[in-house]
Design a protein. Structure first.
Length: 137
């Protein structure tokens, strides 16, 4: 029997308190003024990653790990979510963020079945400033 990807039910806010043991990210060391640049750099990096062969993008390294394409779509979705949340903070006093179920998002849009494996790169890859056009900078 093959293992499947187990839905993630973690509370990811812990990454604000300690480094991630999987990737090494340490939020405590990030200068908030650098976040915009970090996001743009990350989005540009995915363009090269998505240049791989179609089959390679769709292939899961193991049945319980996402493919490169699935990770890219997840990063894109996270960038879109945080743009939405940023705009909510700019528009609303004391905003409440609705829960985001990353598994539901991933399952609802199984990118491995898309005919073109290179949908939009992770946002905000096309626009140097995603707030342009919103009247904010």
């Amino acid at each position: 029997m093959t293992a499947a990807i187990v839905p993630d039910d973690k509370d990811w806010t812990w990454v604000l308190e300690r480094p991630c043991s999987e990737c090494g990210f340490d939020a405590a060391t990030v200068d908030p003024r650098a976040v915009g640049s970090m996001i743009r750099t990350n989005a540009r990096a995915w363009v090269g990653v998505l240049d791989a062969a179609d089959a390679e993008l769709r292939q899961r390294p193991t049945p319980d790990r996402w493919s490169t394409l699935e990770y890219a779509a997840h990063v894109r979705d996270v960038h879109r979510l945080y743009l939405y949340r940023l705009l909510l903070m700019l528009d609303t006093d004391d905003p409440l963020f609705p829960n985001w179920d990353q598994e539901e998002t991933a399952v609802g849009a199984d990118v491995r079945d898309l005919p073109d494996p290179r949908p939009d790169p992770p946002s905000p890859g096309r626009d140097e400033n995603p707030l342009i056009g919103t009247g904010r900078r």
